[in-house]
Design a protein around this ligand. Structure first.
Ligand code: AMP
Length: 216
């Protein structure tokens, strides 16, 4: 049966970096809603135009748009073995929709690793983050620098700083997380799916603990 994992945690704890590595190591698809939105914005699709102003302000994109996008993504062939969901669900309504979507696929959520780091670390991480234009690979000037400055190690495309990684927007995104997403911690704890993982460790150590959480 297919495996579905939700990576939970505030912005900047390393969900994107870890999801990328986990996808590579497990063969599951990496489904990042933030990255899907950014692709839609880049390609100026109808969804991209609708989502852009919310993302720019650090607000959540409305549930109905987000849920429809994820549903479509999960029906793609590369999600046949399952997926690492990175950045979804972010509200209780999305969590219910995720359950329904997976039930429709004859599956269910297998694990919800919850990555925690202190708030000052989040701010430091997001303000040094660089994202690749082509595929959204993630680097950091201090913690995970690219071999060649400004260039993605994986595909050679340009690295850029997301405009929602500006300090004021980062602070707002953290508040949005606290208000709208943090209730999911108790929701998944009650379901018995949650495992807490400390994100302020070496990248490899975090990956190992995530793999252990997924396997158990
Ligand atoms: P991320 O790359 O996960 O930090 O997401 C970037 C931005 O995309 C967020 O700040 C939101 O504006 C939007 N976004 C990503 N995932 C969701 C979601 N599940 N629900 C609503 N908005 C989202």
């Amino acid at each position: 049966m297919a495996t579905y994992i939700v990576l939970l945690g505030p912005p900047g704890v390393g969900k994107g970096t870890q999801a990328e590595i986990l996808a590579e190591q497990t063969g599951l698809a990496h489904v990042s809603t933030g990255e899907l939105f950014r692709e839609n914005i880049k390609n100026k699709t109808e969804l991209g135009v609708l989502a852009e102003s919310f993302i720019h302000k650090g607000e959540l994109v409305p549930d109905n748009l987000t849920i429809a996008m994820v549903k479509e993504r999960l029906s793609c062939p590369d999600c046949g073995e399952g997926a690492i969901l990175d950045g979804f669900p972010r509200t209780p309504v999305q969590a219910e929709a995720a359950n329904a979507m997976l039930a429709d696929l004859g599956a269910q959520l297998n694990a919800v690793p919850y990555i925690i780091v202190p708030e000052e670390v989040i701010i430091r991480r997001l303000s040094g983050r660089w994202t690749c234009r082509e595929h959204g690979h993630i680097f950091h000037t201090l913690f995970n620098p690219p071999v060649k400055e400004g260039i993605c190690d994986h595909d050679g495309s340009e690295l850029y700083q997301r405009d929602d990684d500006k300090l004021e927007t980062v602070k707002h995104r953290i508040q949005v997380y606290i208000d709208r997403t943090s209730p999911l911690v108790e929701y998944y704890r009650t379901n018995g799916l949650l495992t807490e993982i400390r994100g302020d460790q070496e990248i490899e150590q975090v990956t190992q603990e995530l793999l252990d959480a997924i396997k158990s």
